[in-house]
Write a protein of this length. Structure first.
Lengths: 245, 226, 219
């Protein structure tokens, strides 16, 4: 990561503040006045039924979408104030993985590494391939991989440039037990290095062991899932019940 | 600025690498262009081709096949939502536009290098009368067409009815470019060639291209953020 | 304010259009074309109105891209629709006039061709708006900007193209007796245009307000 805990590089930030963010698509409200604060070294799970607005929230956090209302600040600045460099501090694992099927695993990583101006690219790519346990398949076309393998590669692509804000959309999908354990370990490592991880997931059990906080989106509205005793799934269901009255 | 150009070139190289593997776009675009020529031959050849048909036929075939190539190069970015990944990179949005544009231009150059001689052959067009001028017209006309086309195709990536909306939007909008290209080429191919006129059209194309690329660059960033 | 103005504009336009036929009937007949020429008054006014609407659409589209203001979007949409409507009037009255005056329906000169191309550009704007799905406001704004930028280029390129093949049908310049009548009709068209813009923009704003109410209801 860049610098020590006290020295932030120019584009870097140590917290993300979401203030009353709404997003509408015509008659459909995807997010309704969502407010959220995340700090460095936190892992936040975004839970909720399908269509609740999780992907929309991640999209807005990634600066791919503008909120219809409200604002998001990365540190002290909004995306507009921070400019293009801000995106260099954000890593996204999208639902559709962001990989070129016709390129090999290595080529995918090298391509994005160049775009993100990653220093020491060859070494970093090798390390990423090792972390994804794809070193022996580095020169196979990504399109030939199973969903789980592509997921692992896509995660490394998202993390290659050591981003501050890590946005993951359903990262545990398609992962076998082993890979899921590796991902959990990876997330803990990110947390230690001061990353802010926001993760949309349906995988309650795995998330439970890893996340610091959970929030729940229901029809665009945000509800905290209180910490406490009991499995995450139960606390989530409880929060939903309360929200729906 | 250099960072932007470097990023654009990285993106263009990526497209070229993918294309070099399958060669799908090159072959299919080329054959589609030749298929167009065939249809035009049925339409415009009597005992010999209608006067000055060659210029028009060439440009229409390139416009049609270029439109298809545009659609399909962005279709590639739809799978895996990689266009979004490109927009997430910490470079100016214009770099993504330029990168895709450069890759498309190289593809069209490859196609034109085959189609133009075939047109010369099938429709008795005097290609060697003013080769530099002809190349210039083709190059600048293609740049302008692709400049507008890349913007529109990128815009439509997530839209419904995008296959048919692209030509609907593109053809009226690129009218000045097509007119200049056809007329300049016709001036070269005519029985009494008018090379000065062709040069004038070349100059107009240069002006059109400058306008189009500037506006497209300005609009691209604004349009690609939802 | 616009709401109160609209009925006034419509009444004024109605008065102008009501009296126009009499003025046109009494205006001097043009030498070569006779009475058919009198379609000119509506034809040219429609063309100028169409071009005005095109400029409005282009500017509103640019404003929308800059500031994402809903009002700018409504204005751009209304202007595009009216450009198509008035353009249709031009493209219908033109051939009727040409047929009667010169014996053919269509001529590929600069004015006619660029009108056709502009009409198609704004029609494509509307098709995009209707069929592209979510986010079509932004997409069509890009088309609006380009339509505004390309229109003069279309005119110029067709102009140069056609001067290579000059036609024998030159549009006569307007003799003084006709100028007054033409201005009368032009003013009528412009009043009608402003009224229609106000109405259409208000309609779009109402639809947006309805969407807002829908959303508020869910809260």
């Amino acid at each position: 990561m860049s610098g020590g805990p006290h020295a932030l590089a120019p584009d870097d930030f140590d917290r993300v503040s979401v203030r009353d963010v709404s997003r509408t698509f015509g008659r459909r409200r995807a997010l309704a006045r969502v407010s959220l604060d995340c700090r460095a070294g936190e892992i936040v799970a975004v839970l909720g039924p399908n269509g609740a607005g999780k992907s929309t929230l991640l999209g807005i956090l990634a600066t791919l979408m503008r909120p219809s209302d409200g604002e998001i600040r990365y540190g002290a600045r909004t995306a507009a104030e921070a400019g293009d460099g801000l995106r260099g501090r954000i890593g996204v694992l999208g639902h559709d993985l962001f990989l070129y099927g016709e390129l090999t695993a290595r080529e995918n990583l090298r391509f994005f590494g160049r775009l993100y101006d990653v220093s020491d690219l060859d070494a970093r790519v090798d390390a990423a391939l090792a972390a994804a346990r794809l070193s022996d398949r580095a020169d196979d076309r990504a399109g030939a991989f199973s969903r789980g393998l592509r997921q692992r590669l896509a995660l490394e692509r998202a993390l290659l440039h050591a981003p501050r804000l890590v946005l993951l959309d359903e990262p545990f999908t398609g992962l076998d037990d082993d890979s899921a354990a590796h991902l959990s370990a990876r997330l803990r490592e990110l947390k230690l290095h001061g990353a802010i991880v926001v993760m949309a997931t349906h995988d309650f059990e795995t998330a439970d062991g890893v996340v610091d906080r959970a929030i729940c989106l229901d029809n665009g509205k945000l509800r905290d899932v209180p910490a406490g005793a009991g499995p995450l799934r139960e606390r989530y269901r409880q929060a939903l019940r309360e929200a729906r009255g | 600025m250099t960072r932007t150009l470097q990023a654009a070139w990285t993106i263009a190289r990526k497209d070229l690498r993918i294309e070099a593997r399958s060669r799908e776009l090159v072959y299919t675009t080329l054959f589609f262009a030749v298929a167009c020529l065939l249809v035009f031959a049925f339409a415009f050849v009597r005992e010999r081709p209608i006067d000055n048909a060659a210029a028009g036929i060439l440009w229409v075939a390139l416009a049609f096949s270029g439109t298809l190539a545009l659609g399909r190069t962005f279709e590639r970015e739809r799978q895996g939502e990689t266009l979004r990944a490109l927009l997430l990179a910490p470079v100016e949005r214009g770099a993504v536009y330029l990168g895709k544009l450069i890759a498309l231009l190289l593809l069209m150059a490859a196609v034109e290098m085959v189609v133009v001689p075939i047109v010369g052959l099938l429709f008795s067009a005097p290609l060697l009368r003013a080769p530099a001028l002809l190349a210039g017209l083709l190059a600048l006309g293609t740049v302008g067409f692709a400049a507008i086309g890349t913007l529109f195709a990128a815009m439509l990536v997530r839209a419904s009815s995008r296959d048919v909306l692209l030509p609907i939007l593109l053809y009226p909008m690129t009218a000045p470019l097509l007119i200049a290209g056809v007329q300049g080429t016709a001036a070269i191919f005519a029985d009494e060639p008018n090379l000065v006129l062709a040069q004038n059209w070349l100059a107009m194309l240069l002006f059109f291209d400058a306008v189009v690329v500037t506006v497209a660059l300005w609009v691209f960033g604004a349009v690609m953020t939802e | 304010m616009m709401n109160r103005l609209v009925p006034i504009l419509l009444i004024a336009a109605a008065v102008i259009f009501g009296y126009a036929p009499f003025l046109i009937r009494d205006s001097p007949a043009e030498d070569t074309m006779g009475v058919v020429f009198k379609i000119f008054y509506f034809h040219v006014s429609s063309a100028l109105t169409m071009m005005l609407s095109a400029i409005v659409c282009a500017i509103a589209s640019a404003a929308y891209l800059r500031r994402r203001s809903r009002t700018a979007d409504h204005i751009a949409l209304a202007a595009a629709e009216l450009a198509v409507v008035f353009g249709a009037i031009v493209l219908i009255t033109g051939p009727l006039w040409a047929r009667k005056s010169w014996g053919f329906w269509w001529v590929w000169d600069a004015r006619v061709t660029s009108t056709l191309v502009m009409w198609m550009m704004f029609s494509s704007y509307l098709l995009l708006r209707k069929y592209a799905g979510v986010g079509s406001e932004t997409l069509s704004a890009a088309v609006g900007v380009f339509a505004g930028v390309m229109s003069p280029l279309v005119y110029k390129s067709v102009d140069i193209w056609r001067t290579q093949h000059p036609t024998t049908n030159v549009l006569p310049s307007l003799p003084p007796g006709m100028r007054g009548v033409w201005l009368w009709c032009l003013v009528g068209f412009l009043l009608l245009y402003v009224a229609l813009m106000a109405l259409r923009t208000r309609l779009a704003a109402s639809q947006a307000a309805l969407d807002d109410l829908h959303l508020a209801l869910e809260d």
